[in-house]
Design a protein around this ligand. Structure first.
Ligand SMILES: NC(=O)c1ccc[n+]([C@@H]2O[C@H](COP(=O)([O-])OP(=O)(O)OC[C@H]3O[C@@H](n4cnc5c(N)ncnc54)[C@H](OP(=O)(O)O)[C@@H]3O)[C@@H](O)[C@H]2O)c1
Length: 445
């Protein structure tokens, strides 16, 4: 592995030389173990500790199949899906791997007693399987996390609709929190040249998700002038949703839980900010009963900020705790886009506010191939920026996931895989210098 790393760090290794480097038989990877799946039984979600379930193991390099690529991973990032995997909620991800394994002999490789996690990467292609021509060894890449088979017709218009759609590193094995990763070659995209490895690895999953959920016609189809309510506006998804709203001429109304987070939103250019802790919204009186008076107080606050207007698009992901309020504050004919349920997936809202006012709830999940490419292109052009706040070593991935689980982080949390230190991998210093403040906005907050 050292030879591979030396070749990458040299910066001037001819691309074809990467194809001749020996690939080791095993590699270091962050895993969860199948026989740990019951380890947190009876423990409250918030007390389940990813440091106990995430292991750093040496695992066998998988055989490379047709249409696939083996990538040397320089850096990766934590997504909430790694938190879900590590606390075995809402289900153990080994069920996903078993189901995938039944699909074909090739997919069977994924059904193992360990799961290499991680749905983001920046690195260098080492090997490509039969049928891959667009990507060659030596290419500096990032990978989006959409894994599809595309054999049936359902996904031919929108690859997210493929019946065999999976999130790589969550519903498949051989993810990005490791020294090597196995991806389908059509997940690969060019690494933005002005970013370091860890910066380039960090936007992937959340950037593509936010793009579809808010900008794409498959999601919110946002237009100039829209008022966009963004929950967790400085978080993983929200940090990108806020940038997309501002870039697209919309007005973000950012909801956050602290002054630090409010300050980050301001530094991105947002002006309308609600600190939900300071203003003490209690949308639920108890576990079963919501409080419409609190929805109204929240709606009144939004009107105060917007000069009397309501919300065109709600960027929803907290779920049960906020969904009733989200439906209430949306304007007549407006849209609630949802991609998650962090606080609980059994949502409750007053349907009278929805149907009488012709509001729409639109579900959104990751992004199709094209949307992913477009979202990465915006990063590569310096029009959307990474939101990396902090980087951990691969062996500290458990702590990194705990930070995200406890909402103790800002923006994105990165992980160095093969990269020995931060700051490496920049190939376009000039473009970087134009955007360096924006790139570092979330750093050390
Ligand atoms: N379907 C998909 O494709 C997809 C893709 C990415 C993520 N997700 C899911 O989306 C969710 C968020 O992911 P993320 O990466 O943005 O996570 P994140 O970095 O933890 O950010 C989420 C933010 O939401 C806010 N929040 C959390 N619980 C809340 C609550 N009960 N009420 C109001 N606000 C709350 C918090 O911000 P404040 O404390 O500042 O308010 C938190 O920082 C996760 O469940 C994740 O699994 C889904």
């Amino acid at each position: 592995m050292q030879q591979i790393l030396d070749a990458i760090l040299a910066g001037d290794t001819a691309p074809e030389e990467f194809g001749h480097l020996d690939v080791p038989e095993s590699y270091r990877a962050v895993t969860v173990h199948k026989d740990d799946a019951v380890m947190f039984e009876g423990i409250d979600s918030k007390d389940k500790d990813p440091r106990k379930s995430l292991h750093l193991d040496d695992v066998a390099v998988p055989e490379l199949g047709p249409g696939e690529a083996l990538v040397a991973v320089m850096a990766s990032a934590i997504n909430y899906n790694t938190v879900w995997t590590s606390i075995f909620e809402p289900v153990s991800t080994f069920g996903f791997l078993e189901r995938y394994g039944r699909l074909s002999p090739l997919a069977k490789r994924h059904d193992l007693p360990y799961h290499v996690v991680g749905s983001d990467l920046a690195g260098v292609v080492l090997r490509t399987g039969p049928g891959v021509h667009l990507w060659q060894p030596g290419a500096e890449v990032v990978a989006h996390c959409l894994s599809v088979e595309l054999e049936g017709p359902d996904g031919h218009n929108d690859t997210m609709l493929d019946p065999e759609q999976r999130i790589w590193g969550f519903e498949t094995n051989f993810g990005g929190l490791a020294h090597l990763a196995l991806v389908k070659a059509n997940q690969l995209m060019p690494k933005p040249a002005h970013l370091t490895w860890e910066e380039a690895a960090s936007p992937g999953l959340v950037n593509c998700t936010a793009y579809r959920q808010l900008v794409s016609k498959n999601g919110g189809d946002m237009k100039q002038g829209d008022n966009v309510l963004i929950w967790g506006a400085s978080g993983g998804l929200g940090g990108f949703a806020t940038q997309y709203a501002l870039n697209g001429g919309a007005t973000p109304v950012c909801v956050v839980s602290s002054d630090d987070k409010a300050e980050i939103c301001r530094s991105m250019g947002a002006e309308l900010i609600i600190n939900r802790n300071e203003e003490g919204y209690r949308f639920w009186k108890d576990e079963r009963t919501q409080d419409p008076k609190e929805w109204k107080r929240f709606g009144a606050r939004i009107r105060e900020l917007t000069g009397g207007e309501d919300i065109d698009i709600v960027f929803e992901h907290p779920g049960r705790e906020t969904f009733g309020a989200s439906v209430f504050v949306t304007r007549k004919g407006g849209t609630i886009t949802t991609c998650a349920s962090t606080s609980g997936y059994m949502h409750e809202y007053d349907n009278r506010y929805l149907w009488m006012n012709l509001k729409r709830i639109i579900s959104s999940h990751f992004a199709n191939y094209r949307e992913s490419w477009e979202a990465n292109r915006l990063i590569a052009k310096g029009k959307i920026h990474p939101t990396l706040s902090r980087t951990y070593a691969l062996e500290d991935t458990g702590q990194a996931a705990l930070d995200v689980h406890q909402n103790a982080h800002q923006g994105k949390v990165g992980v160095l895989c093969l990269a020995p230190e931060e700051g490496l991998g920049v190939r376009d210093a000039e473009l970087r210098s134009q955007h360096v403040d924006a790139i570092n906005r979330f750093r050390g907050v």
